[in-house]
Design a protein around this ligand. Sequence first.
Ligand SMILES: NC(=O)c1ccc[n+]([C@@H]2O[C@H](COP(=O)([O-])OP(=O)(O)OC[C@H]3O[C@@H](n4cnc5c(N)ncnc54)[C@H](O)[C@@H]3O)[C@@H](O)[C@H]2O)c1
Length: 328
Amino acid sequence: MTTRILVTGGAGFIGSHYVRTLLGPSGPGEVAITVLDKLTYAGNPANLDEVRDHPGFAFVQGDICDPELVGKLMAEHDEVVHFAAESHVDRSIDGGAEFVRTNVVGTHTLIDAAHRAGIKTFVHISTDEVYGSIDSGSWPETHPLQPNSPYSSAKASSDLIALSYHRTHGLDVRVTRCSNNYGHHHFPEKVIPLFITNLLDGKKVPLYGDGGNVRDWLHIDDHVQGIELVRTKGRAGEVYNIGGGTELSNKQLTGLLLEACGADWDESVEYVADRKGHDRRYSVDCTKIRTELGYEPRKDFATGLAETVAWYRDNRAWWEPLKERAAL
Ligand SMILES: NC(=O)c1ccc[n+]([C@@H]2O[C@H](COP(=O)([O-])OP(=O)(O)OC[C@H]3O[C@@H](n4cnc5c(N)ncnc54)[C@H](O)[C@@H]3O)[C@@H](O)[C@H]2O)c1
């Protein structure tokens, strides 16, 4: 029997990769997907061109904060995978209102409608940033949430609201908390695509502070793999960390990107004032998803990065207008 999945934020970076993967040749089959996306600056209909003519695909432009629309859609679906969010930390520092509206109010609107419609499974996509910053070691899922930016605080709030619907109403809610993703179709305001596209244009790259902030990098293929394991085999009311195991300081990452683009450090790197409240290091402990669901990241970072650089080199028509519009 076909499972009807409502995917919010499916025109964005990770959501669109999830949709392309599920409806692609290596997908699970027997799924029909409706994407609900507002098409903010980060949403791009072109990200879904590959699946537009698939018989199991439908697109609805709309806001997850619209209870009427969301209620109607829930009645027509079995499961929800919820990606929609305001996702850029720097923008949340400039102003947090949209982050609270979409990430907190939007998630509540969705999950309340899911509960009322008797949705079978609700997968809430969250981030490792909800745990705060950690100097050494890694966070297990039981670690208290200590978010620092307006973005991560709004995401943490949405995690708690989502989980409260399991505890209170018995709704099958599953939460994923993933480390930094990279790959193709990534909006060029984020560090990896910003640096690659700047370097391809012979421009400098802005490195925050001392470049010592550390992130764990995960290819989008492996994030999608983890989400699918959680959707199909995870347990209700549980949180699953998803990580890549490739920890790099921003300085190390910059070095690798310069090498991949054939650029020189002294000519291409410009140190800029650090991001306010910049978390020093993120690191998730992925023992639970590995042992319980058999998750294993498959894409090694060197290969994934080379493929990503090649994609941006070959797809200027995708990113040039986005950079121009966002004045990046
Ligand atoms: N990018 C990462 O490295 C990363 C890591 C861990 C978790 N996450 C989480 O994964 C999810 C997706 O991230 P992404 O990088 O693909 O984000 P993105 O910014 O590329 O895409 C977000 C999508 O949500 C849509 N959207 C925004 N507000 C909406 C609203 N009110 N109603 C309907 N649609 C709306 C946008 O149009 C866009 O298509 C987010 O929840 C994010 O917190 C991202």
